[in-house]
Design a binder for this molecule. Structure first.
Ligand code: MG
Length: 290
């Protein structure tokens, strides 16, 4: 990453009031565990009173938008159910058979992951089985890997690997190594996938539909269509900041989650358009008060 001479600028750019849509990451950006981070409610309210649409986007593989919206509201952050997107629901929508798109169709999709992820996929109408329940004579060709790694044992991963066909289409809700929680960073789906890849007998063709994929950006455009400017706010340089960069969405990195100043200085890639230590600072310095 290259920054302008003079080093890293912690002040966001001057103007936050021209955005028609704001896409907020959840964990490490507005919530830490089940508590709101300082300024989260005020940040959302300020954009809403400015007439912007505020939606939330999380790479969570174990929760529905409704559940996350409830979690946000319980912490005092205003959120509407239909404007909260979770990666596991984006994945369910992506795998749903649709005219003109090739996919597993009526074949059962095997799931290696947590119980909540499996239940969300099942409720969404997909034909799913758990890898541990598969008969050995039907090799897995379509697989979803979803969940926190502590929900999946090494033995389960070994069994899943043994059931794989030579070529497997794998869909994942994120490739995040970790997720910020109130008790620290928890290992994510990428950890399970890494274990599986080591044991897999053939080729795993992996599609990540979480942030910052175009599949996820399309889902944002579906629930909150926008012709004007979009601002993405998040704590992750890998999943939040690049979201929608190909469609000119702008970005603000906050340092309240997975990224600290050292991480910010060391990473390769496109820098965020703005950086703020936290939401209150962004509010104070980034708003033109008329
Ligand atoms: Mg985050």
């Amino acid at each position: 990453m290259s920054f302008p001479a003079g080093g890293i600028h912690l002040d966001p750019a001057a103007d936050l009031d021209g955005f028609e849509r704001v896409v907020l990451d959840v964990d490490g950006t507005v919530l830490l565990g089940n508590r709101a981070l300082p300024g989260a409610r005020e940040f959302v309210e300020a954009f809403r009173s400015n007439g912007s649409t505020v939606c939330f986007a999380t790479n969570a593989s174990f929760a529905t938008g409704e559940t996350v919206a409830r979690r946000l509201r319980a912490a005092g952050v205003p959120a509407e159910d239909h404007l909260v997107l979770t990666a596991i629901e984006v994945l369910a929508e992506y795998l749903r058979p649709q005219p003109g798109r090739t996919g597993p169709g009526s074949r059962a999709i095997a799931v290696l992951g947590s119980d909540p992820a499996f239940e969300i996929l099942e409720r969404s109408g997909l034909v799913v089985t758990r890898t541990r329940d598969r008969e050995p004579e039907e090799p897995v060709t379509d697989l979803v890997v979803a969940g926190m790694s502590h929900d999946v044992s090494d033995i389960e991963v070994e069994k899943a690997a043994a059931a794989l066909a030579r070529e497997v289409k794998v869909t994942v809700p994120n490739l995040d190594v970790g997720m910020v929680s109130s008790s620290g960073v928890l290992p994510g789906s990428a950890t399970i996938l890494a274990r599986l890849a080591r044991l897999a007998p053939g080729v795993l063709d992996v599609t990540d539909v979480g942030k910052p994929s175009t599949v996820f950006a399309d889902a944002v455009d579906r629930v909150a269509p926008c012709r004007g400017r979009t601002l993405v706010v998040g704590d992750s340089l890998t999943s939040d900041i690049p979201l929608g960069a190909d469609r000119s969405w702008e970005s603000m990195l906050v340092l309240t989650g997975t990224t600290d100043l050292i991480g910010l200085a060391g990473i390769e890639g496109e820098p965020p358009d703005m950086v703020s230590p936290d939401l209150p600072t962004a509010m104070r310095r980034g708003w033109r008060r008329g």
